[in-house]
Design a protein around this ligand. Structure first.
Ligand code: 9MR
Length: 568
């Protein structure tokens, strides 16, 4: 149940970067400016100033004041901000934490690998576990999985491997696709315009480390190989594979006794696989030519199959034992897949599909952002970053769209009590932190495209929201911050239910506030909540406090961008 009352002075509990703006939020009914005091870890006052009253904030329902201590720039730990009798959680001024966060956010994926033992030498004793779903009792295994009863596809597939989706043991192609793509794009962007050395071999703690290939690519390949295995004999790709019935918590993957089934193939899953396999084909072209060729052939075949079956929508009611992940509109997935195939092959037919799409030139990048069901902007990111044969004016138009949407985020954030780049039409969605994070990446790309400081500042402002400058005083990233979430919905990291099990390892992003209160705990505890307050750190509150590969891939992208930009 809701453990702790929120603070009245909310800060990024992890830290502020020297040279960048440093802002915090006071909530109070006072209408006049208040005096704030910044103290160092010894309790000595090092700066003071006046708050700026901002009035009633719609997203939180709080009356807020802005605290701006940007001019104080001395690196240190254990700072606090005090207004009257109210004191913030402690925080750093410095860059050590963000430099660590880039790798911890990527470590999430090894922890959640399926089909391989998770070894203590990489994760420590408390997170080590046997391989899941290799057909070792009580598991039924992912080695020869039939289709759902009634589908009669006439074959079984070996779909061992990949990453578990989230707190559950399903493996779903549409959010696996965006996840693998974002991890790969983190590397591809760094290689083209950033710092790829920080993402070289030996940077992560995984079994493939020191094989001569960047670890981030080895990690992503674990998922790409799984996506390829989900391809059916006709070139279409199965939407998902998961248990026939939902399991309870806690339950380690190797203890899951349920039978596993493939759901039907879908156009969306097929296009996700086409997009990621085409992206992989160009990234591994010289690193592993055979894998590159295999991925490219799979992408070409998948895209052709999707064109032949353009409206095979996943059943929105197929939610027994796993999430439905249904998406009625696949025009964005068609665009994204065509972009990746065009960028990799240069072929005219893919180019025609790109330039004739309604999504072309950033048309579907909007204030809500992008996610597993809205993938058009992924294609735009590729076109803006990776050299291709399009006219320079088209590429410039895509970049301009990112910049104009980023400008909208900045002006919205300037008006908010707890700035977060995200403007849904009503309420906050399931996985709002994932949407916030993807919008932070839009700000980051606007900085990449223009060099303007305000977008970089916006990136760190957005991170401040995720790391504690929010009305519930939570850092939504496990292990980071004085009051980080502890009880994320996960069948292994289930310490709240079984004290012999661990809490989540550092670097996992909780899904965050969801106005729709779609689980019994949220529905019981959060009635009437304002959007940014529709959250509780409870393990059974899966509609607000789950973790997923697709939110952590967004977060890893942003954490790596932020770490690249801190130079001290
Ligand atoms: O992230 C998904 C979110 O966009 C949907 O609104 C929600 C309900 O369909 O499902 C979320 O995905 C969950 C999936 O269905 C099952 N595994 C956990 C996922 C995250 O909560």
């Amino acid at each position: 149940d809701p453990a702790v009352p929120a603070k009245k002075v909310n800060v990024d509990q992890v830290g502020y970067v020297p040279g960048l703006p440093k802002q915090a939020t006071l909530t109070t009914d006072a209408t006049a400016a208040q005096t704030w005091v910044l103290k160092n870890s010894g309790g000595t006052t090092v700066a003071t100033g006046q708050t700026t009253p901002k009035g009633l904030d719609a997203d939180s329902g709080d009356r807020t004041h802005l605290i701006d201590f940007s001019s104080y720039d001395t690196v240190g730990t254990g700072y606090t901000l005090t207004v009257g009798t109210e004191t913030s959680f402690p925080f750093d001024i410095g860059t050590d934490q963000v430099k660590k966060l880039r790798y911890d956010s990527l470590a999430y994926f090894y922890h959640n690998r399926s089909g391989i033992e998770i070894e203590a030498q990489y994760v420590g004793d408390e997170y080590a576990r046997p391989a899941g779903h290799l057909n070792v009792a009580p598991n039924k295994g992912d080695d020869a999985v039939p289709c759902l009863t009634g589908l009669d596809c006439g074959y079984t597939l070996d779909v061992r491997g990949g990453w578990y989706d989230a707190g559950d043991h399903g493996k779903y192609v549409v959010n696996g696709g965006i996840s693998a793509w974002q991890v790969l794009n983190t590397y591809e962007r760094a290689k083209l315009i950033g710092d790829a050395a920080a993402l070289g071999d030996g940077k992560l703690r995984i079994p493939e480390s020191a094989n001569g290939v960047p670890d981030i690519l080895d990690e992503a390949r674990w998922e790409v190989e799984f996506l390829l295995k989900m391809q059916a004999p006709d070139g279409m790709v199965h939407h998902k594979i998961h248990d026939v019935n939902w399991t309870g918590l806690p339950l380690l993957p190797h203890q899951d006794p349920q039978a596993r089934r493939l759901s039907a193939t879908s156009t969306a899953a097929t296009l996700n696989t086409a997009a990621v396999a085409a992206q992989a084909a160009r990234i591994w072209k010289t690193i592993d030519p055979a894998f590159s060729a295999k991925a490219q052939a799979a992408a070409v075949r998948a895209y052709a199959a999707a064109k032949a079956n353009p409206a095979k929508i996943a059943d929105p009611n197929d939610g027994t034992g796993g999430g439905a992940y249904s998406d009625p509109d696949v025009t964005d997935e068609f665009y994204w897949a065509a972009v990746e195939l065009f960028t990799t092959t240069g072929e005219a037919s893919y180019r025609a599909d790109v330039t004739s799409s309604a999504h072309f030139k950033g048309a579907s990048l909007n204030n809500r952002g992008f996610d597993w069901g809205a993938t058009g902007p992924l294609g735009d990111i590729t076109l803006a970053l990776v050299p291709n044969g399009l006219p320079a004016a088209d590429v410039a138009a895509i970049k301009a769209k990112f910049v104009s949407v980023a400008d909208g985020h900045l002006s919205q954030m300037a008006a908010q009590g707890y700035p977060a780049p995200y403007r849904p039409t009503e309420g906050y969605d399931w996985g709002s932190n994932g949407l916030v994070t993807n919008n932070i990446s839009v700000l980051a790309l606007a900085h990449d495209f223009t060099g303007a400081a305000k977008y970089r500042e916006g990136v760190f402002q957005g991170l401040h929201y995720l790391l504690g400058r929010n009305p519930l005083s939570y850092s939504y990233v496990t292990g980071y911050g004085e009051q980080a979430v502890r009880n994320v919905h996960h069948r292994h990291w289930a310490n709240q239910l079984d004290p012999t099990l661990p809490i989540a390892p550092p670097g996992a992003l909780s899904g965050g506030p969801n106005s729709a209160l779609q689980d019994p705990i949220a529905a019981r505890l959060l009635q009437g909540c304002k959007p940014q307050k529709c959250f509780v750190d409870h393990i059974e509150a899966y509609s607000v406090n789950e973790v997923t590969v697709n939110w952590n891939s967004a977060f890893a992208w942003v954490a790596n961008w932020a770490a690249e930009k801190v130079t001290t």
